[in-house]
Design a protein around this ligand. Structure first.
Ligand code: ASN
Ligand code: ZN
Ligand code: CA
Ligand code: CA
Length: 319
């Protein structure tokens, strides 16, 4: 809409207070339209249907506290935080580097247990209330989805087999790095813990520290070689996620000891690889080389960081 910038507040999925909420005032209504980041962040409501993007979310006041707006408030705020991460850390202006409008749609379909980047925008289901609550309530989920758009612009990793698992892992990695930056008090190496199984505590969609908690491999020799899930993109991501966990946090795996270098360097190394070295068809072995080169560029070929990347990939059986 055409209007004036405003700053409101809201309530999110977990009844979290959200502020500041960047909105637009037009014709006496407030819209979830943030004109302060790139060419804008726009958040829509699909009203439980599947037509996209739906209707731009509006409210009569600038306090978005109604139950129906909780999913939209988090989708809007967390898209802004993810934008801020890429801008403040890498001077990247939106997912395409040129300010592309970031659109999100909530209340997609009915009882929909997923979220996705559809090639043009983010889309969030409400979940069925048992397996999931509205998925935009997880900052790691939002950053995961928006990172698919970054990857699409950059390496464009093909969404199947090893390149697809790399694509998935990169989204999990930045989901986690963004969570550590903006929710440091509760950050973890789990994915989707805030919106998964509301009646069970401590679980998650995936674990980077221990992929086996969700049946996912953490070693190349144990990779999935079937055709389901585009060749196991959400399964074999566990191998790269485990390497990323070891890079950030350290540990010993398959008798290889890795010294952790923290999540900030983890993000910097993977960002450089995704934007400079990885290609659409990169394999795990090629990703190792890309990440070692990235660490070497950033920190030096004999640095602790470069040694850590090498050891982490050796630990998960990728040479
Ligand atoms: N939530 C999933 C993802 O972002 C959706 C999908 O399978 N593409 O990976
Ligand atoms: Zn994904
Ligand atoms: Ca998490
Ligand atoms: Ca749970």
């Amino acid at each position: 809409v055409t209007g004036s910038n405003a700053v409101g507040s809201g309530t999110g999925v977990l009844n979290n207070a959200v502020s500041p909420l960047n909105t637009t005032l037009a014709s006496g209504s407030y819209y979830l339209q943030d004109n302060t980041r790139g060419n804008g962040i726009f958040t829509y409501n699909a009203n439980n249907r599947t037509s996209l993007p739906g209707t731009l979310v509006s409210n009569t006041t600038n306090a978005f506290t109604a139950t129906t707006n909780k999913a939209a408030v988090d989708a809007h705020y967390y898209a802004g935080k993810t934008y801020d991460y890429y801008k403040s850390t890498f001077n990247r202006n939106s997912y395409n580097g040129s300010g592309a409008i970031i659109k999100s749609t909530v209340h997609y379909s009915s009882n929909y247990n997923n979220a996705f980047w559809n090639g043009s925008q983010m889309v969030y289901g409400d979940g069925d209330g048992t397996t999931f609550i509205p998925l935009s309530g997880g900052l790691d989920v939002v950053a995961h989805e928006l990172t698919h758009a970054v990857t699409s612009t950059e390496s464009n990793l093909i969404y199947q087999n090893e390149s697809g698992a790399l694509n998935e892992a990169i989204s999990d990695i930045f989901g986690t790095v963004v969570e550590f930056k903006y929710q440091a008090d509760k950050a973890d190496y789990l994915i989707g813990e805030d919106i998964y199984t509301p009646n069970t505590s401590g679980d998650a969609l995936r674990s980077m520290a221990n992929p086996a908690l969700n049946g996912d491999p953490d070693y190349y020799g144990n990779r999935y070689t079937g055709t389901g899930d585009n060749g196991g993109v959400h399964t074999n991501s566990g191998i790269i996620n485990k390497a990323a966990y070891l890079i950030a946090a350290g540990g010993t795996h398959h008798s290889v000891s890795v010294t952790g270098i923290g999540v900030d360097k983890l993000g910097a190394i993977f960002y450089r690889a995704n934007t400079v070295y990885l290609t659409s068809s990169s394999t795990f072995s090629q990703a190792r080389a890309a990440l070692v080169q990235s660490a070497s560029d950033l920190y030096g070929s004999t640095s602790a960081a470069t040694t850590t990347v090498k050891n982490a990939f050796t630990a998960v059986g990728v040479n």
